[in-house]
Design a protein around this ligand. Structure first.
Ligand code: V47
Length: 370
């Protein structure tokens, strides 16, 4: 008998003793592990980290523009300037859009744009400054690392300086987008004009050094292999060992409709749930795994809470990037709907702010664990 063979039992044993899983363990979990064994292990890890709590926030996405010079193959959102449906908000329009949603109790503006051909870096600083000056109590999470990289290119400033100026204007943290798959072979086919894998990682490392928390994502279900996915997780884990600045990992299933890869089938729900569970087990140093319901759909996001996820993102108000690729979900849901979904899964809904301070625990009617 091969004593070194990987099995669900050998992985359980490692988890029990707090031993870090290897790349080979990750490949086993993806390719061979029984689905329900995997779910059990991931749920146990989730319970150890966050008990019965499941987090969400009340946020408003502001997508400043869809005019983009990058035109990544996986994206249905980007347009050329002269294309039908191309838009770009002025700083005032962005401010008015955000302001219109302030009374609904949001605690976060989630500001993401595109690599716009003409906007100067000062435009982005202006947008953040206006929102922050008027609503200093609302956290602004904004600009993926690829946007930060682009701002450095168009301004001639260093990444550190770009981040510092945005932080001084009121930017609180960075979202996790733009990571796609951290493999330059894959990136050269998928998004050749964007920051490389190392540049993406370095920008997050710099943000962490500047005291800004960030999230990280993985876009999966296109041309990558399972090996690419596990290696992607290990690169994130490595950076997190050094900086501790990642708050949450968000696996994003690729939505092929209206993209340059529309011949690819949408991921299966089994793959989505397996990816959530594997990430919970591999990313032992990232506290939260977010099930982004906009792409997973609400029912799968709800089930993912038993596969290791502990966060359902936000109420969102109006999401545009995924809906350009026919996400087949609402563009936003109410807070009560979010609370109800989490409660019906047997978990305690906890409204959080962007950096995971708990604002309200909705524990009525839910049994607390001893
Ligand atoms: O980087 C674009 C992805 C990301 C498609 O940090 C697509 O909390 C699937 O980063 N199918 C942007 N995915 C969104 C993002 C994000 C979303 C939610 C929460 C957070 C967070 C961050 O969306 C892009 C890309 O990976 N994306 N097009 C598509 N067709």
């Amino acid at each position: 008998m091969n004593m070194n063979a990987i099995s669900a039992d050998s992985i359980k044993e490692k988890l029990y003793h707090g031993i870090r899983l290897t790349k080979e363990d990750g490949l086993f979990l993806y390719k061979e592990c029984d689905f329900l064994d995997l779910a059990k292990m991931a749920k146990a890890q989730k319970k150890q980290l966050s008990g019965s709590e499941v987090y969400f926030n009340v946020n408003c996405h502001i997508n400043l523009s869809n005019i983009c010079v990058s035109r990544c193959k996986f994206c249905a959102f980007g347009r050329d300037k002269e294309d039908e449906g191309a838009y770009s908000m002025s700083p005032k329009e962005a401010f008015d859009y955000g302001s219109a949603h302030v009374d609904s109790g949001i605690t976060e503006f989630h500001v993401v744009s595109a690599m716009h051909p003409d906007r100067q870096f000062s435009y982005y600083v202006d947008v953040i400054s206006r929102l922050h000056a008027a609503y200093p109590h609302i956290h602004i999470q904004g600009f993926t690392a690829v946007e930060i990289y682009y701002f450095a290119q168009i301004s001639g400033l260093s990444v550190r300086r770009v981040l510092t100026e945005l932080k001084n204007a009121g930017l609180g943290s960075l979202p996790g987008g733009g990571a796609e798959i951290l493999d330059d072979g894959i990136r050269s086919g998928l998004c050749p004009h964007k920051a490389s894998s190392q540049e993406w990682l370095d920008i997050h490392g710099t943000a962490h050094e500047l005291g800004m928390k960030t999230n990280c994502t993985m876009l999966y279900g296109h041309v990558e292999t399972i090996e690419n996915r596990v290696e992607h997780m290990m690169l994130l884990r490595e950076l997190q060992d050094q900086t501790g600045g990642f708050q949450a990992f968000i696996p994003l299933p690729f939505l092929p409709e209206n993209t340059g890869l529309s011949h690819i089938n949408r991921t299966s729900s089994l793959d989505d749930l397996r990816t959530i569970a594997v990430s919970r087990l591999m990313l032992d140093n990232i506290e939260h795994i977010k099930a982004f319901w906009i792409m997973l759909t609400l029912p799968i996001a709800q089930i993912s809470l038993d596969f290791g996820a502990d966060d359902l993102d936000g109420t969102i108000v109006e999401e545009r990037i995924m809906h350009a690729a026919n996400a087949n979900t609402e563009t936003g849901i109410s807070k009560n709907h979010m609370i109800d979904l989490i409660k019906k899964s047997g978990y305690i809904p906890c409204e959080r702010d962007t950096v995971y301070n708990i604002l309200h625990r909705y524990s009525e009617g839910i049994a607390e664990e001893a």
